[in-house]
Ligand binder design. Structure first.
Ligand code: HEC
Length: 150
């Protein structure tokens, strides 16, 4: 029998382990074979503004990400962060070269976030997708979100 005064701690532990069990859905399937192939060391999103990538990215996003970040990126109180405003700091930058660097930085952050997920103090807040989504699929998702950014 668990003493009653330990119940809150137990509940926290159970909630934490439910989160820790968060895994990337292995049934997510994304076909990127129609997109131009990318090299191993691509720098920045190679599919920015490409309609075919945006369409594939939308489908992939809604399969893999929407449950935590909102359908089509429309964040409505789900556990994940809003993703449509990720680039808002780059928007007002007038110098095209600096603006491009700002987006590149966000590209990098986006790719790493999705590939490795987010684990804090041992709790998985977002699962790692690197075994399920190829870089092509992740760039396609980024292209879709960028096409909808506010
Ligand atoms: C199980 C829920 C869950 C799923 C599924 C999920 N995420 Fe997340 N994601 C989160 C949470 C929670 C955070 C915030 C974590 C933190 O910063 O500690 C986050 C953070 C992020 C960030 C960083 C955002 C920022 O501004 O710091 C990106 C980018 C991201 N997710 C993209 C995605 C993409 C793309 C997918 C689909 C491939 C996805 N996520 C699937 C829960 C999820």
């Amino acid at each position: 029998m668990i003493p009653l005064r330990q119940l809150p701690a137990l509940l926290i532990l159970m909630a934490a382990s439910a989160l820790a069990a968060e895994v990337a859905d292995p049934n997510v399937g994304v076909d990127t074979s129609t997109l131009p192939p990318i090299g191993a060391t691509v720098e920045g999103n190679p599919y920015r503004n490409l309609p075919a990538a945006i369409a594939i990215g939308r489908e992939a996003y809604n399969q893999a990400c929407a449950r935590c970040h909102g359908i089509d990126g429309n964040h409505k109180g789900q556990v994940g962060l809003p993703l449509l405003r990720m680039d808002r700091a780059c928007g007002p930058i007038a110098d095209p070269a600096i603006k491009a660097m700002c987006l590149r930085d966000n590209d990098d952050f986006f790719m790493k976030s999705v590939q490795n997920g987010k684990t804090r103090v041992g709790i998985v807040h977002m699962p790692a997708w690197k075994d399920i989504l190829q870089p092509e699929a992740i760039w396609a998702i980024r292209s879709f979100l960028e096409s909808r950014k506010r």
